[in-house]
Design a binder for this molecule. Structure first.
Ligand SMILES: [Zn+2]
Length: 270
């Protein structure tokens, strides 16, 4: 929509085995039965969408400031946050983009894993709406309550006192030029966001439907982090078709190269 402007926040780096992101990476083969693990440095990313009517909105929030203490040991061992200077703290990154935490009028959660929902700590005790898909909210609470998937979600991120606003439909235009779609696969309730800008065209914020560009650009299936490979493939086909139709710019959940390219291009897109 005319007047919408968007900026990307760099919230640090995580080093993790590529097999988490891309299926088959690092797997032993006949000719190379014991390959060395390939660790990839990926980014933690949030996006500010300043909408002319809805105000500045945040798409995802990165890790908690004290992730090292708060995360289960297994989660930190697999996904250590290896670059996290003061500039990568959500409040400082917002400040650098020209916003205070108090300016944010809503938060959209692509999904609730611990490296995306940690920054919700800044919104405790406020009535800022936290938009999340109904399925994701249910899944996260279930995962933590039953301990079935507790390593991926942190109980503290799921504070019931936050102003949770559940999105129940498969596709919804939350505000003019801002469309959310439930695209399961990585998690059942994952939502991607389509943002239509007047000069810069359409953007898709994919959260972890695609951690890195390889998945979308080469059609490589998601690795160990995919919860449902069949759903993931259907979501991939859906967003691929939408991207071709709109010629959209893709922003992936953790691709450091794409983040750096976008940040080098412009401070904000409008
Ligand atoms: Zn993630």
């Amino acid at each position: 929509m005319a007047g919408t402007k968007m900026s990307f926040l760099d919230l640090g780096r995580i080093d993790a085995d590529e097999g988490y992101f891309i299926r088959g990476c690092g797997a032993g083969t006949y000719s190379n039965p014991n390959p060395e693990a390939t660790v990839r440095r990926v980014a933690v990313i949030a996006t500010v969408i300043e909408h002319p009517k809805a105000g500045p909105l945040l798409f995802e929030t990165g890790c908690a400031t004290n992730a090292r203490e708060e995360w289960p040991t297994e989660a930190w061992e697999a996904f250590p946050v290896t670059v996290y200077e003061e500039e990568h703290h959500l409040d400082k990154a917002l400040e650098a983009a020209g916003y205070g935490v108090d300016d944010i009028r809503g938060v959209i959660m692509g999904h609730l894993h611990l490296d995306h929902a940690g920054g919700l700590e800044l919104f405790r005790g406020t009535d800022v709406p936290i938009y999340v898909h109904e399925k994701e909210l249910k899944e996260a609470w279930y995962a933590v309550a039953t301990k079935e998937d507790i390593g991926a979600y942190v109980p503290g991120d799921l504070d019931w006192r936050l102003n949770w606003q559940a999105i129940s439909r498969e596709e919804t235009e939350l505000f003019d030029g801002l469309i959310l779609r439930n695209m399961p696969g990585h998690t059942p309730g994952l939502m991607t966001a389509q943002v239509d800008l007047q000069n810069s065209g359409t953007f898709f914020l994919t959260s972890d439907l695609f951690h890195v560009r390889d998945l979308f650009e080469q059609g490589l299936p998601q690795g160990w982090l995919a919860r449902n490979a069949h759903d993931w493939w259907r979501s991939y086909k859906w967003i691929k078709q939408l991207q071709q139709k709109t010629d959209a710019t893709m922003v992936y959940g953790h691709d450091a190269e794409v983040l750096e390219e976008l940040q080098a291009q412009a401070k904000f897109f409008d």
